[in-house]
Design a protein around this ligand. Structure first.
Ligand code: SAM
Length: 330
């Protein structure tokens, strides 16, 4: 896919061409490393950006050259009529690629609508194929996720990427099973290191696994050749020889990729977060509700990008980010 040049360039020369859009901070699962059990401190509905406010912001970003947007959350499919928002966004002339990150619990019923609305790519979080472990990690049931995945495949989504957070003592013996599952269904696998975010930091850190060792473990069983995937994300891919299976390694802790960061994040309340692992932000909601013009909004965004920090400090200051992943938009 040929992307337009973005005019959003941060002080470190990085081109910002990707917006991750959290459409809700609510979730129908409770992954222990993401949202603490019993957590209730959700954003007030009157603070949620409306679909028309979201579209106004995305329009400004696309006019500045951002061509890719990902719907995320919380769990994006719990926001009502999300495919209507998807339709509004894909109608924007500058948007080339609208993708979705989901836990797939509600995907079975929604995948056709999302596909028809122009969502082009889907990532599904799945840390284990064992129903008891799934329950222990997420508090929910595995079967709806598997049904959702099959419905997405049926609807025509391709590629479908499985995001698996690697966790000591939770799923470290399942990487090969997950590889086989992805081979069987023609999914792409992405392994992710746990990151310390908000009040789940200690839990996430306790289960951290350095993915370099997992890569080595898998290389003992499979023959890897270099792999690439469209999408411009942070994963470094290998491909298993003589198969279509690509495995991506997302290593924010053991080998950070900040130098090639091309993204910013918008949370459901209209906060523009400039880095997942820092607190730099700009509040867009008050400006929208005061009737900011499209031209003024673009100026605010250009200035915001100038505040993008150089890198996260998850290793140096793991306590620094007090937001949960579900608030920022993972
Ligand atoms: N609900 C959607 C989903 O499940 O994909 C989108 C939001 S979820 C916050 C996005 C991703 O962030 C998931 O793959 C989840 O596993 C990951 N995640 C959440 N907290 C994390 C943490 N502390 N460290 C690493 N990954 C995390």
């Amino acid at each position: 896919m040929q992307h337009k040049q973005t005019s959003l360039i941060d002080p470190f020369g990085r081109r910002i061409e990707y917006l991750r859009l959290s459409v809700t901070d609510k979730c129908n699962l409770r992954c222990f490393y993401c949202m603490p059990n019993g957590f209730k401190d959700f954003e007030q509905p009157e603070h949620w950006l409306t679909f028309s406010e979201i579209t106004q912001i995305v329009k400004a970003f696309t006019e500045l050259g951002v061509s890719r947007v990902r719907l995320t959350g919380g769990e994006p499919l719990v926001r009502k009529n999300i495919s209507t928002l998807a339709q509004q966004l894909t109608a924007l002339p500058g948007l080339d690629d609208l993708s979705l990150s989901t836990n797939a619990i509600l995907l079975d019923k929604q995948s056709n609508k999302l596909y028809d609305a122009g969502v082009s790519r889907i990532n599904v979080s799945l840390d284990t194929l064992n129903p008891e472990r799934f329950k222990a990690i997420t508090g929910g049931k595995l079967q709806p996720v598997l049904d959702g995945l099959m419905a997405a495949k049926q609807a025509g989504f391709s590629p479908i990427k499985i995001n698996m957070v690697a966790m000591k003592g939770r799923n470290e013996d399942e990487f090969e099973n997950m590889v086989e599952f992805c081979l069987q269904h023609d999914f792409t696998l992405r392994l992710i290191e746990t990151m310390p975010m908000g009040s789940t930091s200690d839990e996430a850190s306790k289960h951290y696994i350095d993915l370099q060792s997992v890569k080595q473990q898998l290389a003992n069983r499979y023959t890897f050749i270099p792999g690439v995937m469209p999408g411009g994300g942070p994963a470094r891919y290998v491909q298993i020889k003589n198969t279509n299976l690509r495995i991506g390694f997302i290593t924010p802790i053991s080998q950070h990729f900040c130098a090639s960061c091309n993204r910013v994040r918008l949370s459901v309340n209209g906060t523009l977060h400039l880095c997942l692992g820092q607190n730099d932000k700009v509040e867009l909601r008050p400006l929208l509700r005061q009737g900011i013009s499209n031209a003024e909004l673009k100026t605010v965004i250009i200035h915001a990008i100038k505040q993008k920090p150089e890198k996260h400090e998850f290793n140096e200051k793991p306590e620094q980010v007090v937001r949960l992943m579900s608030m920022t938009g993972g």
